[in-house]
Design a protein around this ligand. Structure first.
Ligand code: HEM
Length: 201
């Protein structure tokens, strides 16, 4: 086992843009003065998620949904293995993390859609309340996600957060992705800028 390239660049950049958009949206949620920042942060989150959904089908091996969406039983087996002596190691996302990722992407999209409808004044208070409830559910999943990253890093003796920065995890050389897909970052940036602008109008 050595350190090999696992996460392509669009996956990494998309991740940190999503985390930034989410944090900004949370911090500005209650402020009237910063309403536009909140809306723009929501636009950023939605556009990154739209890119990520497409990337889940055309991205590199470990970014694809087929590589980390497994049966619920696989997620339970993985979590159980974390309690044992030899936790199962996955080169890409583990199956439990896979479910957290799907939940985060779905909640982010729902939060963005309900937020935009609110911003356009197209619905009543009930939708504003639903928007808040979805955002709170998302925060809960983010906390679970961060705990999962911390426990996974500890049990595998591997800094998973650093892997989301430099793209490298432990694995066999033949499991490495062969390209960081740098060119696709342009699509992500265009998508993020256009989406943030359009959804803030
Ligand atoms: C300081 C905060 C954060 C850290 C250190 C962090 C770390 C990580 C790590 C290490 C992974 C890869 C997990 C694995 O090895 O399988 C990951 C994946 C992911 N995280 Fe985070 N995360 C953070 C915040 C967030 C936030 C706020 C969100 C959502 C709003 C988020 C959404 C995701 C998603 C969607 C993935 C899947 C990445 C992909 O395949 O595109 N993360 N995160």
């Amino acid at each position: 086992m050595e350190r090999i390239l696992v996460w392509d660049l669009p996956t990494r950049l998309g991740h940190w843009l999503l985390a930034l958009g989410f944090a900004l949206a949370w911090l500005t949620a209650e402020s009237e003065n910063l309403r536009l920042v909140h809306v723009a942060a929501g636009g950023l989150v939605v556009s990154v998620v739209v890119f990520r959904l497409a990337w889940g089908f055309v991205g590199s091996t470990y970014a694809r949904f087929e590589s980390f969406v497994d049966r619920p039983r696989a997620a339970f087996t993985y979590v159980k293995s974390l309690l044992g002596e030899r936790p199962a190691h996955f080169t890409g996302h583990n199956p439990a993390g896979g479910y957290a990722i799907l939940a985060l992407l779905a909640l982010a999209l729902l939060a963005g859609i309900t937020g935009w409808i609110n911003y356009q004044d197209l619905a009543g208070d009930w939708l504003a309340e639903m928007h808040e409830a979805i955002a709170s559910a998302m925060l809960a999943v983010v906390v679970v996600h961060l705990l999962g990253v911390a426990v996974g890093s500890w049990r595998h003796k591997e800094n998973l957060a650093r892997a989301m920065i430099d793209g490298c995890k432990r694995g066999r050389p033949e499991e490495a992705i062969t390209s960081a897909r740098v060119a696709a970052v342009i699509t992500l940036i265009v998508c993020a800028v256009a989406g943030t602008w359009l959804l803030s109008l």
